[in-house]
Structures are given as structure tokens and as C-alpha cells.
Design a protein around this ligand. Sequence first.
Ligand code: NAD
Length: 298
Amino acid sequence: MSVVAWIGLGNMGGPMSANMVAAGHEVRGFDLSAEALATAVTAGVTAAHSIADAVAGADVVFTMLPKGEHARSVYFGADGVLANTDTATLLVDSSTIDIETAQALHDSAAAAGFRFVDAPVSGGISGAKAATLTFMIGGEATAVADATTFIEPMAANIIPTGGATTGQAAKICNNLMLFINLAATAEGAVLADRLGLDKQVFWNIASVSSGDSWALRTWYPVKDVVATAAANRDFAPTFTTELASKDIGLAIAAARATDTPLEIGEHVAELFQRLIDEGEGGKDCSMIVKLVDGTLQP
Ligand code: NAD
């Protein structure tokens, strides 16, 4: 049994930390949201009162935060991880963040004598709950190997990606493809309905045909077709439009830096921005379907 500090107990960090408890670890969690912290406590996480309180004496610190700015504040703040953790502690950032921030975390952690890896995940809330996430891990080889041992109770796939920030690079490219697939799935679903197809019949066909995708099988944006879909729960978020917009923005920034045209990605980014402008940023990103079926008019 190890002592695990967990910072960020939201939609993903909550079930991921619960799986670390189930694996027999002592997990000390901290979140700015009292509600997120209380939910984690019901799964066996011990509530910490601050980041410093959570990380004291931990064998490993996991962070699962929304954006680069949150990661910077959690690692670099006076109450933060680097200032309050022993250098023997392994640091694992599983948030999806920009490559510049990931590099800054690597550089600062290394300068202070820590082992640090960027280890973003894919698989959504359903994968977090089922402990079937894919982890992509970038960093120095021994740190990656050490992180792999801790990550096993949460993962179906653990894939080393190379040096510092390559985990984030893989995640950014993967999510670009995910959100394009989601937009394509929304268009196909609405058109199928207007052509008179039964929603379940069409899904049954597409899921075993060339229109298949993870978005189709997990986030199908039509009510009562796929159990894990937010469309069944009035688009209560499994992955907020704000986070989807952030992720596709990371891809666009990386594409500009590498002179890569992302014409479809840029268009999907505009669709997410339209949802945010309509005040729907906190709802699930599969609400993109409402821009296709016309039930959310700008
Ligand atoms: P979330 O907003 O549900 O959870 C993030 C949590 O971090 C919140 O509870 C928030 O209160 C907490 N937080 C923010 N700043 C903090 C601070 N300074 N100290 C302590 N806690 C702080 O987001 P999520 O859906 O769990 O996503 C987390 C990360 O994982 C994001 O980078 C996201 O892109 C990525 N991700 C999400 C999914 C998904 O399906 N939701 C899948 C893969 C990856």
C-alpha cells in the first residue's frame, strides 16, 4: 500500500482516485470544490484541507485539473506541490494541458530534483469508472516506469510516448480526432432521423460499419440509444463544452506552431465557441447536436 495524494477530484479525478482506493492505497484528496471533495470521501478518499496537507509524506502525487493555468497554480503556488513535497515523491500530471505548460512543469520539477511525468488519459468518465483508461506517458524513462506501477489500477492501456511533453502531444492529436468524430456523428444522427430511420436501427448499423467511432459508441448525442451518453441526462456534463473547446484550441495552437492546416478542426472549434456564446459551456460537448437539429438557435 502506498500513500497517494490526489489534486483535482472532478468528473475524472473522482472515479480515478476511487479506483486507487479500491486498489488498497491510502488516498489523500484535495479539491477547491467542497462538493467534489465530499463525493470523493464517500468513495474512501481522505479529505485534505490544502495541497500541502495532501502531499505531505505521499509516495506519488496525481493532478487531474482542467487547464494549464490550474496546473501552474497547483504546482508553482506557495501552497503548491513543488514547495511542499519531498523530492522522493513521484509527480504525475494527468490533466490535458498545453505543451508549453507541460514543458514548464517538467523543467521546474527537474530543477527542484523531482521525477515528473506528463500522463494524460483517454476513455472518458466511463473509462475512469471502469478503470479502463488509456494513459500516454512522457518523461524520463525511469520516471515513466515508476509511474506505470502506480497507474495500473486505473488503466487498460499504458503507453510510453517518449520524452517530456510527448504524452500531451499524443493526447492533443487524439482529442482533435475525437471532436471531429463527435461533430460528424451529430450530423449523421440528425440526418438519419430526418430520412426516417429509427435511431436505434441506425446506431446498430453505424456501430458495425465504417461510420463507427468511440464518439458514436460512447457519446451518441441522441437520447436513449447509448447508456453512457449525456443526451440521456439533459446533457449534464461528462465532458464539458468548455473543456472540449480548450482541447481543440490546444490542437489549433500546436498546428499553428507547426504550420499544419486544420480546416475541419478549426470549424469544430467554432461550433463549440457558438455553444459557449449561447451560455452552454458548462453542458456536455455532445450538445453540438443541437446546432445540427436546430433546437439551439444562435
Ligand atoms: P472537472 O472540471 O470535472 O474537474 C477538475 C477539478 O479540478 C474540479 O473539481 C476543480 O474544482 C478542480 N480544481 C481546479 N483548480 C484546482 C486547484 N487549484 N486545486 C484543487 N482543485 C482544483 O474536469 P474533468 O472532466 O475531471 O477533467 C480534468 C482533466 O482531464 C481536463 O484536463 C480534461 O481535459 C481531462 N480529461 C477529461 C475527460 C472527460 O471525459 N471528462 C477525459 C479525458 C481527459
